[in-house]
Design a protein around this ligand. Sequence first.
Ligand code: HEM
Length: 309
Amino acid sequence: MSDDVAPDQAGSDQPASRHTAAQREIEEGIERDFTRNLSYGEYLELGKVLSAQHPRSVPTRHDEMLFIIQHQTSELWLKLMLHELQSARELIRKDDPRPALKRLARVKHIQVTLTEQWSVLATLTPSEYAEFRSFLATGSGFQSWQYRAVEFILGNKNAEMLRVFEHDPAVHAELSGLLGEPSLYDEVLAWLSRQGYAVPAELLDRDWSRPHLENDALTDLFGQIYAAPHDHWGVYELCEELIDVEDNFQFWRFRHLKTVERIIGSKRGTGGSSGVPFLRRALDLTFFPELYAVRSRIQDVEPEGYHHD
Ligand code: HEM
């Protein structure tokens, strides 16, 4: 049988298939010579990225690779999240909230990805983790500076966290900077004020290194906005976007907690905390307290034709 005759034409009893093939032809135009041209791996510096996984267990335990990659990919997504949040904050500072909404939309998808990702780690059983846990010594996600940076930019300011990073002056300086800057929420409030909304003055000029505390007058202001969303659509939309981000942040915290619980139960953390009880207390934290408070003030709309006695 000649090489260029299809099997079915040659009388083979194999049925012709137009949708499956054992091999795909590599098109002529596809670049193959990277002696001079920029390649994929070079652009992405994959040499560095893919040689940064070093299990510490001796002898090497199979499951430590999962543990390392789960953390490293989380850190990469946190890096992008920080990049987007910083830009969103800057855009709001410059009175340009529409592209900021686009940034926040991306942040929300990153958060969903990070939360979904817990299901990969959940395949790690307690016995598998116990095989290499002692090799982590005192290392813990608690020391993730990018996570703290994201928390700071969203408004969960806590100067005590800086102590953990004193051993690393560059990171310490970066986090101290973020601690002393207005958060995304602070910038939203300043923008609202510039739009003519009566934001309480004490929220517009304060010690930014301290967390924002719930303010009743601000909840009153949001009450007016939420009572007539169509009259304040831009503000209303941005507020709901912030709620989405906080919701997603809490989903991540919750999945972390439940994954930790199924892997270490009630053991203490490698970072020295009580473990699950400590993580559970983070579920009470809020970045945007008034945006939650306003929800209890919204009046139900009565059905048409309904009259009180
Ligand atoms: C087997 C897997 C994991 C276990 C058992 C675990 C356990 C813990 C525990 C017990 C804490 C509290 C601090 C401590 O005492 O260590 C903690 C904090 C933390 N972990 Fe994990 N973790 C795991 C995976 C991860 C992953 C994959 C990330 C992704 C970056 C992560 C990020 C964090 C962060 C950001 C904190 C600080 C949370 C806060 O301050 O509320 N953890 N972890």
